[in-house]
Design a protein around this ligand. Structure first.
Ligand code: THU
Length: 132
């Protein structure tokens, strides 16, 4: 796993963030199970609650470019260091990567099963379980 390549892509995206209200730019990059790398940055709005986290953009690119499963994710703030996804975005990562998706955190690489324990997911809706 080339974590440094993912981090550099996340930093590139962080530099394109639109964060005039929080002044807290975020970038994220994710490796897809077919080898693609998808990425996103946060995009804020004058109506604060409408702002989009970086992970939202990344997941949109995932589906817009063919779908697949996230296998590894690296999110950074302005300092280029690992940034934990907010609660809502952990849910996005769970849906699109499942329990085995690896996430770079300030405490090292962790699987989503530890980043979002006892997650609510597709299995709770009676369908298939969250894909690995
Ligand atoms: N933010 C993200 O983009 N992802 C996260 O996981 C945490 C928070 C953004 C949202 C907002 O634009 C800024 O960081 C400050 O909260």
């Amino acid at each position: 796993m080339d974590w440094e390549a993912l981090r550099l892509r996340a930093v590139e995206l962080m530099e394109r963030a639109y964060a005039p209200y929080s002044h807290f730019p975020v970038g994220v990059a994710g490796l897809v199970d077919d080898g693609r790398v998808v990425a996103g940055c946060n995009v804020e709005n004058a109506a604060y609650g409408v702002g989009l986290c970086a992970e939202c953009g990344m997941v949109s690119e995932l589906h817009a470019t063919g779908g697949g499963r996230l296998t590894a994710v690296y999110c950074v703030g302005r300092d280029g260091a690992p940034l934990m996804a907010c609660g809502r975005c952990r849910q996005l990562l769970w849906e699109n990567g499942g329990p085995g998706c690896l996430v770079m955190t300030p405490e090292g690489v962790l699987p989503m099963s530890e980043v979002l324990p006892q997650a609510f997911g597709p299995a709770n809706l009676g369908g298939g379980d969250a894909r690995p």
